[in-house]
Write a protein that binds this ligand. Structure first.
Ligand code: ZN
Length: 470
């Protein structure tokens, strides 16, 4: 039998919009900004443009609710349990990344990120990267333009949707960022100095940037403790709007122009969403659907146009898909390639897994911190415990949560409409099947758990300031 031949793209461009919920795209019929009613002028114009002229995967489930593990799944095409990065910041990627594989084929690799600590050297994200940029998409894009005649793989990561919502840093919002922080403190009667005593005083961010981030964090922590979830969602949606208008739209227009005039494949995605509720503090500890369901948009010549796909796909399917349509040798992965000509075609049902792993007890975290602060460079992986997990398959999804002793604390079965989850009564056969699949998933062991080395104390401090417990 003749092997089918697929179109080969010369340039592959990946764009990650950190923390963008799937239902915060206006083209999505069940969108959150509409539910918040007062946000009538909210419009994701350029993303809608791409969806009209490309394919929008509306039922894609991320392998993790945190940046590190989610991106490692995208970049290895393997489940977090297999690639090694299933916790937030504890181990290096133990599988070849798409950048390493591209590099082997002499494909020029470009990587831009707003989070150089998480998506950096420590966890292995820079391996195989020829040109690495921090918070400078223009410079990274110039590098791509200069490399027009070569084969390229480029990645652009944006942190502007993550809190501080809309801004990321003063560099991108010199006047509006401090203005907003002041206005919020006034509106919600929050004193900036009050809750900052327990924060570590070293940060990757410096001076005013650090001060503003801490004040912003105090604001959202306070609102969360007051259960002002609607206020938090409104802040988040305003942030998306601000980021798109002031930073992203200009950039994506240049990218679209590049794709239209070259042989390029563009994939725009998110690593996780964002959701505020009693058991969902933003994203890092949550496995609810608003956090795990992420938008994926594919655009380029030969890609099905104006197509919305509701079949379940996983973030690990992106890399094998890129492998099929480029020279990058991405095969034998956990993910399965998606047809770009017929993206709805799914001969076998897919199943998606996601997990949250946490460090066991507080004393251990404290000791770990002290060790780092004493300046020791080598950091052993901490012992971590599975806290929450989810499996999606067909029309159903199962969520499970565990207490400190690893005992089941909560279990819930949902119907997956292809757009969202709806709580449903337990169905014995379905429950047993999904539990079995989770058990099987947990039998996957990463080959080697690679240590993180050379993590400086400023890196750890910055992670703390961002709100992560590492
Ligand atoms: Zn993220």
């Amino acid at each position: 039998m003749k092997k089918p031949s697929y179109h080969q793209y010369q340039h592959v461009i990946m764009i990650s919009l950190d923390s963008l919920r799937n239902d915060c795209i206006t083209a999505n019929p069940s969108n959150l900004p509409n539910k918040l009613s007062r946000r009538t002028k909210f419009k994701t114009t350029m993303l809608d443009y791409l969806i009209k002229r490309g394919t929008y995967f509306n039922n894609c489930i991320s392998a993790a609710p945190y940046t590190s593990a989610s991106h490692a799944a995208y970049f290895t095409g393997c489940w977090p349990r297999r690639n090694g990065v299933y916790e937030f910041f504890n181990r290096q990627i133990g599988r070849p990344t798409i950048f390493e594989l591209a590099h082997l084929k002499k494909i020029h690799t470009i990587f831009q990120t707003d989070f150089p600590i998480i998506l950096g050297d420590s966890l292995g994200f820079t391996r195989g990267v020829d040109k690495y940029f921090i918070e400078s998409e223009s410079a990274a894009f110039a590098e791509l333009s200069r490399s027009k005649d070569r084969d390229t793989l480029s990645f652009f990561h944006f942190g502007g949707i993550h809190y501080p919502y809309g801004f990321h840093k003063l560099k991108f919002a010199k006047i509006d960022f401090p203005k907003k922080v002041k206005a919020l403190e006034r509106k919600f009667h929050i004193t900036p100095a009050a809750n900052q005593a327990d924060m570590l005083d070293e940060s990757y961010r410096h001076g005013r940037d650090k001060d503003l981030l801490l004040r912003y964090k105090t604001i959202i922590d306070t609102l969360w403790s007051r259960r002002e979830y609607d206020e938090l969602h409104a802040l988040y949606v305003d942030g998306i709007d601000y980021f798109l208008k002031h930073r992203f739209n200009k950039f994506i227009k240049k990218i679209i122009d590049f794709v239209d005039t070259t042989n390029s494949l563009l994939i725009v995605f998110a690593d996780h969403g964002e959701n505020w509720a009693a058991d969902s503090r933003g994203h890092s500890n949550a496995i609810n659907d608003a956090v795990l369901r992420v938008p994926v948009i594919v655009y380029g010549k030969g890609v099905a146009k104006n197509t919305v796909v509701s079949n379940l796909i996983r973030t690990i399917d992106i890399m094998p898909t890129i492998g099929r349509y480029s020279k990058i040798p991405a095969a034998n992965l956990d993910g399965r390639p998606i047809s770009l000509e017929k993206p709805d075609y799914a001969p076998l049902p897919r199943e998606a897994f996601a997990q949250v792993w946490r460090v066991g007890d507080r004393l251990k975290i404290y000791k770990h911190q002290q060790r780092i602060l004493k300046g020791r460079k080598m950091i052993r992986p901490l012992t971590t415990k599975l806290e929450k997990e989810a499996v999606y398959r067909g029309r159903f999804a199962l969520n499970r949560e565990y207490d400190g002793n690893g005992e089941l604390a909560r279990e819930a079965l949902y119907m997956n409409t292809g757009q969202r989850l709806v709580l449903t009564k337990p169905i014995a056969g379905t429950l047993a099947d999904l539990r079995k699949r989770l058990r099987k998933y947990n039998h996957i062991k990463p080959k080697k758990s690679r240590r993180i080395n050379k993590v400086s104390r400023s890196i750890i401090a910055d992670l703390h300031n961002l709100g992560y417990r590492v």
